[in-house]
Design a protein around this ligand. Structure first.
Ligand code: 13P
Ligand code: SF4
Length: 320
C-alpha cells in the first residue's frame, strides 16, 4: 500500500472513496458484517438476498462488492454486463468451501430425482448444479414451495438445513458443512448470556451452532421466551420495530454497527465477542479505494456456468 494512502485519516479515505466512486459512476454494496467504516461509505448495506437484489437493480456500470467472493459471483451472474469488483480476492467463505460441484454431483447420483436446494453461500459451479438457490431469509419458503412428495438435498450449512427441516417437516437430507464463525456460538454461550441479560430479546442467525438446541426446545414446547431466528437483515428489521430495548445478537459482530445506527437508543450484546469473520474483515477502506482506482479485482463467471446458476437464482426469486 502506498505511503500517501497510509497517512490518510479514515475520514480522508472515505472522502477519496466517495470522490472516485462519483467519477467512475460506481455503486458500493456492503454486507452487514463489513467493518463499520466500510459500511459507512456504501450506497446499500444489507444481507445476501438484499445485496443481490441491489446489484440487479443498479444502473451503474461498476459494482464494488464489499463482501465475500460468492456474493460478488452472484452479482456477476445477475449483472453480466457490469464490472463487478471484489477489493480483496482472499475474501472467501469457509462454508462455501465445504462443497464442490464434483461432490454435489456424487451426492445427486446417490439420490436420483431429489431436488437440490443450495444456500447462497456456495460457488457458482455448485449453484449451476442446483435446482434452487436460497438465502437465510427465504430458505423455509423455498423448501415449502417444492412438491411434498420430493426428496430434498440441502447444502452446505447443516444448521440452517436442520432448521428448515424442522420448520417444514420435509424429507431434507443435510450436507455436513458449517460456518466456523456461527458454529462457534454454542448453546452454553447462549445460556450464559441469557442469564446475564434476562430482560433482553435473543436474535439468532440460523447458521449458528445453537439453533439445533433452540429447535429441540421448540419441539418440546420449551422455547426460551423472546427468541427469534432470522437472517441478518431480519435481525436489523426486528430491532428497529421491537418495543424491547436490549438484544443479545447471535451472529457475526459486524452487524452491531448497523443495529446501533438503526436503533441508537437500544442496547446490543454480541452473543460471542469472538464471532468475527476474518474473510469479511479482509475488505478495508484502502482496498476499496484501490479497487476503484485500478478496477481490481474483477469477478467473472464462465457464461455456461452463469446461465445454469442463474436458473437456480431465478427460481428462488420467483418464489420470494
Ligand atoms: P445473510 O444472508 O443472513 O446476510 O447471511 C450471509 C452469511 O454469510 C452469514 O454468515
Ligand atoms: Fe462465510 Fe461464515 Fe464468513 Fe458468513 S460468516 S461469510 S458463512 S465464513
Amino acid at each position: 500500500m502506498n505511503t500517501t494512502i497510509d497517512r490518510l485519516t479514515t475520514e480522508d479515505l472515505q472522502e477519496r472513496v466517495r470522490d472516485r466512486k462519483r467519477k467512475k459512476n460506481a455503486v458500493i454494496l456492503a454486507h452487514n458484517y463489513q467493518l463499520p467504516e466500510v459500511q459507512d461509505i456504501a450506497d446499500f448495506v444489507g444481507d445476501s438476498l438484499g445485496l443481490s437484489q441491489a446489484a440487479a437493480r443498479t444502473d451503474c456500470p461498476v459494482i464494488v462488492f464489499c463482501g465475500v467472493h460468492f456474493m460478488a459471483e452472484t452479482a456477476a451472474i445477475l449483472c453480466p454486463d457490469k464490472k463487478v469488483l471484489l477489493p480483496d480476492l482472499e475474501a472467501g467463505c469457509s462454508l462455501a468451501d465445504t462443497a464442490t460441484a464434483e461432490q454435489l454431483r456424487a451426492w445427486k447420483a446417490k439420490h436420483p430425482g431429489a431436488v437440490v436446494v443450495s444456500y447462497v453461500n456456495t460457488t457458482a459451479e455448485v449453484k449451476a448444479e442446483s435446482d434452487y438457490c436460497c438465502t437465510s431469509s427465504n430458505a423455509v419458503k423455498i423448501v415449502q414451495a417444492i412438491p411434498p412428495d420430493r426428496e430434498i438435498l440441502f447444502l452446505p450449512d447443516m444448521y440452517l438445513g436442520a432448521y428448515v427441516r424442522s420448520v417444514t417437516g420435509r424429507d431434507v437430507h443435510l450436507w455436513l458443512g458449517e460456518c466456523h464463525v456461527h458454529a462457534g456460538i454454542r448453546p452454553d454461550t447462549i445460556a450464559a448470556m441469557r442469564e446475564a441479560h434476562p430482560q433482553a430479546e435473543m436474535l439468532v442467525h440460523p447458521e449458528c451452532g445453537c439453533t439445533t438446541s433452540f429447535l429441540y426446545y421448540q419441539a418440546c414446547g420449551d422455547m426460551p421466551g423472546k427468541t427469534y431466528i432470522c437472517s441478518t437483515e431480519g435481525m436489523v428489521r426486528h430491532v428497529a420495530q421491537s418495543p424491547a430495548s436490549e438484544f443479545i445478537v447471535a451472529t457475526e459482530t459486524g452487524i452491531l454497527h448497523r443495529m446501533r445506527q438503526e436503533a441508537p437508543l437500544k442496547t446490543f450484546y454480541p452473543a460471542r465477542e469472538e464471532a468475527v469473520c476474518q474473510y469479511m474483515k479482509k475488505i478495508t477502506l484502502e482496498k476499496v479505494l484501490r479497487s476503484l482506482e485500478e478496477e481490481v479485482y474483477q469477478v467473472t463467471v464462465p457464461p455456461e456456468i452463469a446461465r445454469k446458476a442463474k436458473g437456480a437464482i431465478d427460481r428462488m426469486v420467483a418464489i420470494t
